[in-house]
Design a binder for this molecule. Sequence first.
Ligand code: CA2
Length: 151
Amino acid sequence: MSESSNRRILVLNGPNLNLLGTREPGIYGSETLEDVRVLCENTAAAAGFDVEFLQSNHEGVLIDAIHAARGNVAGIVFNPGAYTHTSIALADAIAGVELPVIEVHISNVHKREAFRHHSYISPVAASIIVGAGVNGYALGVQQLIHLGTRG
Ligand code: CA2
């Protein structure tokens, strides 16, 4: 891993998160995904880190992004959306790249339907942030930086 990839973070978003701020504000708040991108960039910049920000509605695109992250970033802040509850393939991709992944959920999934209580991602995540609203992304960026810079 080069010096520059050490100071770069991938923020990855799964299906339907492009709709953030446009519907269901009672569950997901009124901030847009663009607001989340700026929040992540500002949080990372305060510690001298850059952010690569990606959203996809396609599982294979997310898997490719995780593979491409290897050697290029210090770690991944990942909201896998509904793939959280279904995707062994995403869990395998994370296990395969050996990068720290911070799993983020805007809503408190444990207060919601039972099918949202199980995550295939959590067993391969370094940390999990749930129910903090979009601030969870900022906490995720800070946690990744903390993991990478602790002695
Ligand atoms: O709470 C979260 O961040 C979730 O990962 C969001 C997923 C949901 O399936 C997970 O159980 C929990 C859904 C993302 C859809 O985002 C929307 C945002 C605004 C309007 C409609 C969907």
